[in-house]
Design a protein around this ligand. Structure first.
Ligand SMILES: [Zn+2]
Ligand SMILES: [Zn+2]
Length: 144
């Protein structure tokens, strides 16, 4: 069995681990992900719920649901403000912000860029990963 990959928030109170292979990550450029990260988007990967375990600090997780956001929510550490993994897709997956990882997940670069159609005007996408206008499977775009 492969070693579990560990991650944590900025203050270290919230910690988790994931069994087996993870990633690769996608980069979401939508306006909500930009606000959540405070940067050009959100580097995130999926982990099966069965492979994911909270190690500490689950009681510090605060949930913010965007008004009129179709249920879009951010989960973050109440103490330090880091975004933290969010259980979604009817509970079968965790959406894990890749920047929380303390261990090397093995993957390199991004699998795709999504919501490029709403990316910030100052962002230049420099890698060659596929770019999608909106979500995965939407129209491919060439511009970066
Ligand atoms: Zn924290
Ligand atoms: Zn997004």
């Amino acid at each position: 069995m492969t070693k579990a990959i560990r991650g944590s928030c900025l203050c270290g109170e919230i910690r988790f681990e994931i069994d087996g292979e993870v990633g690769p990550a996608g980069q979401c450029h939508c306006s909500k992900c930009r606000k959540v990260s405070g940067t050009d988007g959100n580097a995130v990967f999926y982990a099966p719920a069965a492979a994911f375990r909270w190690l500490a600090g689950e009681d510090l997780i605060h949930r913010f649901v965007v008004p009129d956001g179709g249920g879009w929510a951010s989960h973050f550490c109440r103490q330090c403000g880091s975004p933290v993994p969010l259980n979604g897709n009817d509970g079968t997956l965790f959406f894990v912000p890749a920047g929380l990882l303390d261990d090397d997940p093995g993957f390199r670069g991004y699998a795709a860029h999504i919501f490029v159609g709403s990316k910030a005007p100052w962002v230049c996408i420099a890698d060659s990963a596929p770019k999608y206008e909106a979500g995965f499977g939407s129209v491919r775009v060439d511009r970066g």
